[in-house]
Design a binder for this molecule. Structure first.
Ligand code: SF4
Length: 485
């Protein structure tokens, strides 16, 4: 029924075996003479398609037989034992994403410029990546094998882009016919099999808002607690995605949406004991509304989808500002603004992870780059930090000219965007959001290499994620407090 979904990526998903990319020295894998390039085809007689299969087939097993295809074409059966829970010391190739068969009207992959990073063209619709990384799938072209696999291997939770439970609207948004858009039975089957689901709605003004959104939230909430949460995030138009069926998300639209969804959130908290339907941070920021409290977000079930990131950041920052406050305030009362050029360094050793970068030794005078959306919030916090620590950090919003349109989040900034504002930086170093760089390769979304960017900046460039950034400030503050106590 879903043959159309058998794209080249799907074919790769079915190739036999998983390739080893590295073997730790002295590990069990090393002892049985496995090498990078070997392909494990079967474990205890059961076929292996990818890393997840391998993990599933080996879990809890101490007596193992690997059927291995060596790079010279030879096939070996390797029988061995290991201690319970002993690591095999093997690294594997990445999963090649299976791609979607939709034509969503808001698809970000449409019309990207040719120099964009290849991953921007990957229309990922992969239940394995959904389980591993929280990527959303639409389930519109899921195969019977994939359904069975989710259940058998307990690939739970799954993240599902629902967008609308009204079938006509969903089909319209996905650009597919109604029979493919209809996922009711599939959802039901997964939920009944004990698979937990987080849902997503990409909100498109005039299409799936208003009464359609109301129906969607009610339909989804009926499946709580197996269907754990729903994220409602605004559609983002870019200069490349100019589908004239879409309209921009305006501040007024955001205010209306907050009002509408707040009614449901109140009701859900009363009836379900959870907010259940969470609005993306962008909606509050665009509306100029207050970001909800920590309690609203519970355990932040959709934080990776930009839901609650701001609250989480601001709360962590508050804790930072109040930590070791007495010493720091004493220091401040002495009016030591010149401390920003003091010889006390921000040292890597003081950052939790030894792999994290070392800022230059003698100052804490620099510029933090971020997207236009988050910049006012970050600036507010950093100004307060400067006031209590004597640092001199500036926050510079970086316009997204590469994708343009409504795009103002840090995660979609490109190398070219960052380079374009280099004349405005102040201080002796620059921090760029780690999220702008591919996680497994030092490259930006526009294909620019991180090293090339660094070479073109007049001061050292450091990439930090939010936790590292806060750690850095905390350690600097603590080091100052110590010096002045
Ligand atoms: S599911 Fe839709 S938005 Fe996602 S990659 Fe496919 S076409 Fe694009």
């Amino acid at each position: 029924m879903y043959e159309f979904a058998v794209t080249p990526a799907v074919t790769q998903l079915r190739r036999p075996g998983v390739i080893i990319t590295d073997v730790s020295e002295g590990s069990v894998g090393d002892e049985i003479d496995l090498q990078a390039g070997d392909r494990i085809v079967r474990v205890n007689g059961r076929p292996v398609r990818d890393y997840l299969d391998f993990r599933f087939q080996t879990a809890g097993e101490t007596a193992l037989i690997f059927q291995v295809k060596k790079s010279n074409g030879e096939t070996l059966d390797i029988e061995f034992d290991r201690e319970e829970g002993e690591d095999l010391g093997l690294m594997f190739e990445q999963i090649v994403p299976r791609q979607c068969a939709n034509e969503c009207i808001f698809c970000f992959c449409k019309g990207n410029p040719e120099d964009a990073r290849r991953s921007l063209f990957v229309r990922d619709e992969d239940i394995r990546l959904s389980f591993l990384y929280g990527n959303y799938t639409t389930l519109s072209s899921i195969t019977e094998d994939e359904m069975n696999r989710i259940v058998e291997q307990r690939l739970s939770p799954q993240y599902v882009s629902v967008h609308a439970t009204d079938l006509k609207t969903r089909a319209y948004l996905l650009g597919v016919d109604e029979s493919r858009a209809d996922i009711f039975d599939k959802l039901q089957r997964l939920l009944e099999s004990g698979i937990e689901i987080h849902a997503q709605v990409v909100l498109c003004p005039g299409i799936n808002d208003g009464p359609i959104l109301e129906k969607t939230l009610r339909d989804l909430a009926a499946h709580y607690p197996k269907l754990i949460s729903t994220a409602i995030v605004p559609v983002a138009l870019t200069r490349y995605n100019t589908d004239d069926r879409l309209t921009s998300v305006t501040p007024e639209f955001c205010r209306r949406t907050i009002q509408q969804v707040e009614r449901f959130q109140k009701e859900f908290r009363k009836t379900l004991g959870t907010t259940f339907a969470f609005l993306g941070d962008e909606i509050y920021i665009k509306a100029g509304a207050r970001i909800p409290s920590r309690r609203h977000y519970g355990n932040y079930p959709q934080i990776e989808d930009g839901v609650g990131m701001v609250r989480s950041f601001v709360d962590k920052f508050e804790r930072l500002l109040t930590s070791r406050s007495v010493e720091s305030r004493d220091f401040l009362l002495r009016g030591q603004r010149s401390e920003r050029t003091h010889a006390a360094a921000i040292r890597t050793a003081s950052i939790r992870d030894a792999q994290r970068p070392v800022l230059p030794g003698d100052s804490f005078f620099g510029t933090i780059l971020t997207g236009e959306m988050f910049a006012p919030i970050l600036r507010d916090q950093v100004d307060r930090y400067n006031a209590v620590s004597g640092a001199s950090l500036s926050v510079l919003p970086v316009p997204n000219t590469y994708f343009a349109g409504d795009v103002a989040v840090a995660g979609l900034l490109t190398g070219k965007d960052l380079l374009a504002i280099r004349d405005h930086i102040v201080g002796e170093f620059v921090v760029v959001p780690r999220v702008t760089i591919k996680s497994d390769e030092p490259i930006f979304l526009d294909g620019m290499l991180y090293e090339d960017l660094k070479r073109q900046f007049p001061v050292p460039v450091y990439d930090l994620d939010t936790a590292e950034f806060i750690d850095l400030l905390r350690n600097k503050k603590a080091s100052q407090a110590t010096r002045h106590s």
